[in-house]
Structures are given as C-alpha cells and as structure tokens.
Design a protein around this ligand. Structure first.
Ligand SMILES: N[C@@H](CCC(=O)N[C@@H](CS)C(=O)NCC(=O)O)C(=O)O
Length: 204
C-alpha cells in the first residue's frame, strides 16, 4: 500500500494520476494549505520540506515528483509508464526534470516569491514576470519537446500526467494559450482520460 499526501490543484495531481494509471494500491491524505497543514509539526516530521507530494512506501517516504513518478512506473512495470532502455529513460527524465526545475519554479515565483526574497518589491517583480517566464517554458515544450500525441510520441508515459498537471495552471499564470496549441490539445486529450477524471473527482 502506498499513501499519497496531496493538496488539490497542486503538482501532486501528477503523482495521483500516475498511481491510477499504474493500477497501484494507494490511499490519499489531504494536506490543507489554507490551514497551513504543510508546516504542521506532524507533517514536517514526515516531510521536512513542508511540501506535497509526499509518498509513503513500504521502504520509507519519498518526495520530489520526478522521483515519485519514476518509482511508481518502475514498481508497476506491467503498466508500461516509462521505458527501461537507458537513453529513452534519460530523455524522459530530461523532460520531467525540465518541468520540475524550470517550469514549476517559474510558476512558483507567483504564489511563493517569499522562498527567494523577503523584499516585497522583489516579490512583486517576480510575480509580475510569471506570465513571461512560464510562457517561455511552455513555448519550449511546445516547440522542442512535445512529440505528440503524447509527450514522448506514440506511447503514454509518466511525462503526460506531469505536463497535464502543469498545463492546468496556464490560465492562472496568464499564459497566452494561442501560442501553445499543441500543449492545449494535449491538455484536452488528457482531460478525457478516465485516470485524470477519477483523480480530479477524488481530489474534489
Ligand atoms: N520539487 C517539488 C516541488 C513541490 C512543491 O513545491 N509543492 C508545492 C505544491 S505544487 C507545495 O507543496 N507548496 C507548499 C508550500 O510552499 O508551502 C516536486 O516536484 O515535488
């Protein structure tokens, strides 16, 4: 049994969808940001980073979406959610690492500027730049990474729920959707998948 700590409308959705895609045996624990539960002592004892997602496995707790997605794929090989051939797996990880380290970080400059500076004017500047920096990251995905119809081409992988999750933030980050039609088509396709519909219903 796996236990996913999540908060609705966050990057934890990617792991949640992947658990369903994998056919994993899982349970959910909701962390309420409005109540500051991510900084409560009980949660910090589990995940000192104070963030979601966190996944409790029989071997211990795992954090960082890229690690969680790979772990779920490799422990459920029958679901075929990640390649095993080294170059193909590295290409997949190159994509998920870009989402984690560039696109997600650009997004976080909006709601979480206090991670980088305590200067109110600097925080406002970081926030004001979000439409520019997040659009640039999505443009790179659109033009150079998304093979179509799935991220890695004809085969669905863990990259797909991860891109879908980030693409649900497009309107909030004031990204011009007309610049990224292939990303928007991928989002529409994903939103019709039973695993995505079920994950969203479980988080509602
Ligand atoms: N690099 C981490 C980022 C995790 C992260 O920043 N999660 C956000 C939600 S999308 C969070 O828990 N924020 C709570 C906070 O900053 O207080 C990952 O990819 O899992």
């Amino acid at each position: 049994m796996l236990t996913l700590y999540y908060t609705p409308k966050t990057c934890a959705l990617a792991t949640h969808i992947t658990l369903i895609d994998a056919g994993a045996d899982y349970t959910l624990k909701r962390i309420d940001f409005a109540k500051g539960e991510q900084r409560a002592p009980e949660f910090l004892a589990l995940n000192p980073k104070g963030r979601v997602p966190a996944l409790v496995t029989p071997q211990g707790i795992l954090t960082e979406t890229t690690a969680l997605l790979t772990y779920i794929a490799q422990t459920h090989p029958q679901a075929n959610l990640a390649p095993t051939e080294p170059f193909a797996l590295a290409r997949l990880q190159s994509f998920t690492a870009f989402l984690s380290s560039t696109l997600h970080v650009a997004h976080a400059h909006g709601p979480r500027g206090s991670r980088w500076t305590d200067d109110a004017a600097a925080q406002a500047a970081l926030k004001a730049y979000v439409p520019t920096s997040v659009t640039a990251a999505f443009k790179l995905v659109e033009d150079t990474m998304l093979e179509g119809p799935f991220v890695m081409g004809d085969t669905y992988t863990i990259a797909d729920p991860y891109l879908y999750t980030m693409s649900t933030w497009i309107e909030g980050d004031q990204v011009d959707a007309t610049l990224i039609p292939r990303v928007m088509a991928h989002r529409q396709m994903m939103s019709e998948r039973p695993s995505v519909i079920r994950a969203l219903a479980e988080e509602a």
